[in-house]
Design a protein around this ligand. Sequence first.
Ligand SMILES: [Fe+2]
Ligand SMILES: [Fe+2]
Length: 214
Amino acid sequence: MRVHRELNKLLSLIKNYCRDTYRHSVNVSLIASRIAAHLNLSETQVDLIKVAGLLHDVGKIKIEKEIINKPGKLTRDEWNIVKKHPEYGVDILLPHSWAKPFLQWVYCHHERWDGNGYFGIKGYDIPLEARILALADAFDAITSSRPYQKKKNWQESLNEVKRCSGTQFDPFLAQELIQFPDKILKPHALIGDGGAEFGTQQRNRFGEEGADYN
Ligand SMILES: [Fe+2]
Ligand SMILES: [Fe+2]
């Protein structure tokens, strides 16, 4: 099981780098794969999104932790460094042949529907899977507390998704999430800090302290 071994090694790197980044990655993986399943994407595609979610922020391990976890506003230089993490992620994943199908999704996970994301890719030019990851990424951040923001409750979070539909998020995906939150999210079943060895039973908890949303 070379893939599982390599994947678990990468997950350990994220976990050792920062528990919050790890927790966030697990939640993004779950939320994104549930959106994908809700959309009736193939089982293979759902599995790939699950793994891409776990690794979407792996590039952060190349960035100083102090910058990633800085509670206050980032300087322009710091922000420019943080914005490199999708590319760093691709660099880290490139040697792994099994990651090839989702390199582009990792690269595009901070693109916005309106083109105001990291690299200015917009609308349907952003792969569907990356649009799903972007929504899951933001939703986990919205529902988690951060040093500078109290976490929002369920309804407030969905209102936030609605507010950013068509600008930050693909409006179709946002609408699906708003319309079927129980089916997609099943809040009590989301994974938290309890540990996620890929390919093993996972413990469930959601929304501990802190979230990265870069
Ligand atoms: Fe990210
Ligand atoms: Fe993220």
